[in-house]
Structure formats: C-alpha cells, structure tokens
Design a protein around this ligand. Structure first.
Ligand code: UD1
Ligand code: UDP
Length: 370
C-alpha cells in the first residue's frame, strides 16, 4: 500500500498539520496515512489535549524524543524518524513550521530521497540567534515543495535560490484550524471560569529563550504586575517559562497552566489585547482582529504588522509601560491576508496529490505556481 507520512512534535505543529492530514486522507482513502509524533512536547496540555480537540486520529508512532539540548533533541528525533521512514517507505513526507522536530524530519526524509513538503515555508526573522531561524532555512533547502502563506515568504525563498515549481502559495493552515474550530471556540466558557469580562483583560504568552532564559523575564513580570492594577492579566505559562518563574512570590497576574486550543483561542478572541512572543499567536490575532503586541526585536511574520493587528514592541520590557496607551487606541480595521481563508490545507493536498502523479503538472493542482 502506498503511504504518506506526517511529522509533528511540538504544540504549534498540531493546528498547522491537522487540516492537511484531514484533506489528504479524504483525497487518498486507499493510502496508508502515518502520523509520526516525535514527543518533543509531551505534557498532556501541550500535546494529547491538542490531538483530542483537533479531532485527528492518534499518532501512528510516538517516538518519545523529549527534551534536551538542541543537538541531543534533534539527533534523537533524526535517528528515530529515520527508522520509521525506512520501515514505512512513504512516497512523501509533510513537515510543519520551524521546531527541532521539523528539521530532523526534513533531514531524515531528504537523505532517504523521499520528497518533503514544508508547510509554512519561507518565513524569516533574519535573526540567526533564534534556533527556529536556522531550522527554517535548512528545511526550506531540503524540501521539494515549500508551501507558503504570504508573499514575503516567496521573496525570502527567491533570495535563497528556492524558486519556481518548488514554491507553492497555499495560504495559512493554522487559520484553517481556527475557522473549523470557531463554533467550539465560541461555546467555550473559559472567561466565566477565570472571572474575565469580554474585552476586559490582557492575555499573555511568553516562551522564547531570548526573553525567558535571561534577566528580561523578571522585568517583564514586574511591569505586567503594575499594569494588572488596572486591567486583569491572564498568563497561561509555557513549561520553559514555568521553570524560570518557580519560586517567585504570589503574583498579581493570573498565572495558569497552558490552556487547550479551544479555551486559549476563546481567550484570544475576546481579549482587550494580547502580549506575546509566540509566532502562531501573532497570526491568529491578525485573523481575529484583536490587537497584538509582540515583545521581540523581529518577527518572521511581517504581514501581521503591515496587514494585521500586530505591533512589534522590541525585546526591552520597558515598552510594556506604553500598553495602557496602546490598548486605548481604536483597533485597526482590516481583512485577513490572502489565503488565510480556511482552505489552505485543501490547496496543499491538491498540490501533493498532483505531485505524486508525475503526469499531472503542479499548477493544475489548485495551489498557484509562483
Ligand atoms: C519549542 C520550539 C519553539 C516553539 C515552542 C512552542 C524548538 C527549537 N523550539 O520551544 O520554536 O515556539 O516549542 O511551544 O524546537 N517542557 C516540558 N514539557 C513539555 C515540553 C517541554 O516541561 O511537554 C520543558 C522542558 O524543560 C524543556 C523546555 O520546556 O527543556 C523547552 O522545551 P523544548 O521543546 O526544547 O523547547 P520549547 O521552548 O518548548
Ligand atoms: N496555544 C494554546 N494554549 C496556550 C498557548 C498557546 O493552545 O496556552 C496555541 C496558540 O493559540 C497557537 C499555538 O498554541 O495555536 C502556538 O504555539 P506556541 O505559541 O507554543 O508556538 P509558536 O507559534 O511560538 O512556535
């Protein structure tokens, strides 16, 4: 039986991959669909809960890679993914985003001469101190198809010599998930459970090493505590950040465990604003029309600045003092960027199906050739 493989590993991978796997299962019912979960993220609220909520079949393989240094984590994932690919012999491997599991999967597959499709290709922060930036550059070089969700990604790839049939404008599969889950998101009672009023709170997520692995996190927390005197601040804490906050005295912030997808999106959708250093959250807030403030020096998603609701504050937490003023400004009125329409995964699936049949040109597949 012919086989397709999907590799996921960390929280942001799941909403990007789920609609693609669903669309390909529908188009290729006679094929074997193998989902490989590296286990880079293993806490239930970062992994299992997502798979349940997003209604995808349980992974075929759970590789138990776990945490470690970049080298150790990527190497374990590489070795274990390779074993599965050798056993399953897929015709094609799909990988999403920019985490270490993405790089390991793309490298394992490419070395076995299995074509790789990279979902969310071409994003660049131009900051090579970010581990994700190195993963993005390398995966795009290894991939047979780079599925992009914005024009700037096409330009970035062109500058790195990736062009022509390898680049397919597909749109944003993370937004496909949001659109599909919208009824469940709207039904969530998370605001009532947390005692939050509609548009009456700031939602915070911070997990990037540049912020949380050094002294900046304490400064940011202190400034947010001042803000919390006027506006409730709810902060679902990522495990990397949790480890750094352990031992701090009780805070004026509502520090909660990471939330499942539905409850988190329900908080995003009705927040007065969102403060983040997450990649995915910058995109979701643009789609939802909710003001987003990104505590970083750069973003690999500039379309959220030019066509969305995102503002880049810089990495210095002093910028947080301006939040009351920024939150008082009227929200920007806009339309979601092109291809952020709930149908990106279908375009990717059409392109993959066409590419698997050498007789059918890629341009006829629904994903426009760039
Ligand atoms: C990873 C990705 C990052 C992404 C983020 C999404 C890389 C290089 N980084 O960062 O791009 O934005 O996921 O959330 O791939 N931990 C737990 N439980 C878990 C997972 C991790 O407690 O289920 C703790 C461990 O102490 C671990 C630390 O979090 O050492 C960091 O985990 P890791 O997967 O290495 O990186 P993230 O910071 O989660
Ligand atoms: N998210 C979630 N619960 C949380 C925090 C984030 O469901 O407590 C979702 C968020 O809405 C988005 C995804 O997780 O869909 C983004 O993951 P993350 O911020 O960990 O990674 P990044 O996008 O920065 O790589």
């Amino acid at each position: 039986m012919q086989t397709l493989a999907y590799v996921v590993g960390a929280r942001p991978n799941f909403p990007k991959m789920a609609p693609v796997e669903r669309a390909l299962r529908a188009r290729l019912p006679g094929w074997r669909h193998v989902c490989i979960h590296t286990g880079q993220h293993y806490d239930a609220e970062l992994s299992e809960m997502f798979l349940r909520e997003l209604d995808v079949p349980p992974p075929t393989y759970l590789l138990g890679v776990g945490s470690g240094t970049h080298g150790a984590q990527t190497a374990r994932a590489l070795e274990r993914i390779e074993e599965v690919l050798v056993r399953e012999e897929p015709e094609y491997v799909l990988v999403p985003g920019d985490v270490n599991s993405t790089l390991a999967a793309a490298l394992a597959a490419a070395k076995l001469n299995i074509p790789v499709g990279h979902i969310e290709a071409g994003l660049r922060s131009f900051d090579r101190t970010m581990p994700e930036e190195l993963n993005r550059i390398l995966v795009d070089q290894l991939a047979e198809h780079c599925f992009v969700h914005s024009e700037e990604a096409v330009d970035n790839l062109r500058h790195e010599g990736v062009r022509g049939e390898r680049v397919v404008f597909a749109g944003n599969t993370m937004i496909d998930t949001l659109v599909r889950m919208r009824p469940a998101i709207d039904r969530s009672d998370v605001r009532a459970r947390l005692g939050l009023d509609d548009r009456g709170y700031l939602l915070v997520t911070l997990h990037r090493p540049a912020l949380v692995d050094g002294p900046l996190l304490d400064d940011a927390i202190e400034r947010l505590e001042t803000l919390a005197d006027h506006l409730p601040v709810v902060f679902p804490v990522h495990p990397r950040t949790r480890a750094r906050l352990a031992g701090r005295p009780r805070s004026a912030l509502q520090l909660v465990d990471p939330l499942g997808y539905i409850d988190f999106l329900a908080l995003e959708a009705r927040a007065a604003g969102v403060l983040t250093d997450s990649g995915g959250v910058q995109e979701e807030t643009t789609f939802l029309g909710v003001p987003c403030f990104t505590l970083r020096d750069s973003t690999e998603r500039p379309i959220t600045l030019t066509e969305g609701t995102n503002s880049l504050l810089g990495l210095d937490p002093e910028a947080l003092d301006a939040l009351p003023e920024l939150l008082a400004q009227p929200p920007r009125l806009l339309r979601p960027p092109r291809g952020w329409d709930g149908h990106a995964a279908e375009r990717i699936a059409d392109a993959v199906v066409s590419a698997l049949d050498a007789e059918v040109p890629l341009a006829a597949a629904g994903g426009a050739r760039v």
